[in-house]
Design a protein around this ligand. Sequence first.
Ligand SMILES: [Zn+2]
Length: 174
Amino acid sequence: MQALAALAAFVASVVGHPVPVSCPSPSVWASDAAVVADTALYGFEPAAYTTLASPRVEIVLGPAACTYASLLVTQPAPEDPQAEFVEGQALLLVLHESEHALGFAGEADAECRAVARFPDAMARLGVTGRHARGLAAGALAYHRSMPAYYRTGCEQPDLAGADRAPQRAAIRAV
Ligand SMILES: [Zn+2]
């Protein structure tokens, strides 16, 4: 299965129905009106965004998020600490956008639900053990790097017993 098709299939399994997922090229992404607007609004370039209605619900992943999420869904087995850290961030990001696609528009709503869903998502991918802890460490660092309004009301996350990793997140989402 092609990477994007595998990614869309994974999102559909999370959301419960098909949702369009796209991965624009870097140049298209950089000039995407939503990306330009979000960058001005939030002060950083988003890693992904989800349209909630018009013209349709769609998850649009930036180049880094697409690369690492695609790697994870097509090759969930490799245990490379550097890669799994970023792949964990990409997985949480995809789950966050999936919650938006389900209609949870608020950032904390989407983020808290994504965190809660993270262990199940890893199980869906067949990820367990040390690899799961590596992914969870990346996701947890990512979650903690998000602005406070993304985390308000979230349960203290326990993402498969993640190690408390000090690294900064490499990608950001809106
Ligand atoms: Zn969001």
